[in-house]
Design a binder for this molecule. Structure first.
Ligand SMILES: *Cc1c(COP(=O)(O)O)cnc(C)c1O
Length: 243
């Protein structure tokens, strides 16, 4: 298992480098986030020991159960799943960044919690660029108003935007979603909201990361291509409350 993970990790890194070269970007502009849902700590550590430093988890319960296994050398942890309000307290405890802010009341509650603890946190606004009803994320046409509303919340630092690409073989459709996210980021920056500068675009997964990089991704979130197939379909992680 260990060798397989290392080999697949290297393949992913090579693909990132090649995709960057195609569009004349520096590979160091693109961070690799290991999407580690269902992956056991032992296997995550293989990648961490090879030098990786950033992981993403989808469920607070699962994150909590893995957290101690990292010991002193824990990676930077982003929360990339649907966050329920009643899990905010634990999210603040176990995550360094929430990439899935998709509604104002969640942002407000997170801000309250952080301020009560004297903390701040980087966050991403998650946008549903694929227009699929089954995915979380603010609708693209509401993204700028959400950013404007979240901007004044003192404990939250909006770092960028996140999206889950359309699950489709029609590559042009997938690409449109990534392009839309980049355009929204640029539009948000053009608003020149005080203290708000969105630099990050978290987009691209195992199957579409190269296209995402070509469209400007600064973080690609990769699970399957490194750790192998998961037992459950992704819908299990994305549709918790939405039926
Ligand atoms: C699972 C997951 C990924 C990684 O998906 P793979 O296809 O396994 O690379 C990325 N982002 C989010 C939000 C996920 O839930």
């Amino acid at each position: 298992m260990e060798n397989r993970i290392l080999q697949q990790l290297n393949e992913v890194k090579d693909k990132i480098t090649l995709a960057c070269q195609r569009v004349k970007r520096e590979p160091k502009e693109v961070k690799l986030l290991l999407a580690t849902k269902t992956v056991i700590p032992e296997n995550i550590k293989v990648a961490l020991e090879a030098g990786e430093t950033l992981i993403g988890e989808n469920k607070i319960q699962e994150l909590k159960s893995k957290f101690n296994a990292f010991g002193d050398h824990r990676p930077e942890i982003h929360f990339i799943g649907h966050l329920q309000s009643n899990k905010i307290k634990e999210a603040v405890k176990y995550a360094d960044c929430i990439e899935s802010i998709d509604r104002f009341d969640l942002a407000q509650k997170l801000d309250n919690r952080l301020r009560s603890e004297g903390k701040t946190m980087p966050v991403f606004i998650q946008v549903n660029t694929s227009f699929e009803a089954s995915k979380f994320g603010v609708a693209p046409e509401e993204a700028l108003s959400l950013i404007k509303a979240v901007a004044p919340l003192e404990a939250l630092e909006i770092k960028g935007l996140m999206t889950i690409g359309l699950l489709s073989n029609v590559t042009e459709k997938v690409r449109e979603g990534f392009r839309l996210l980049r355009e929204l980021r640029d539009e948000a920056n053009a608003l020149q909201l005080p203290g708000v500068q969105l630099s990050e675009l978290s987009m691209g997964m195992s199957n579409d990361m190269e296209m995402a990089i070509e469209e400007g991704a600064t973080i690609v979130r990769v699970g399957t291509a490194i750790f192998g197939q998961r037992k459950y379909p992704d819908s299990y992680y994305w549709n918790e409350n939405k039926k």
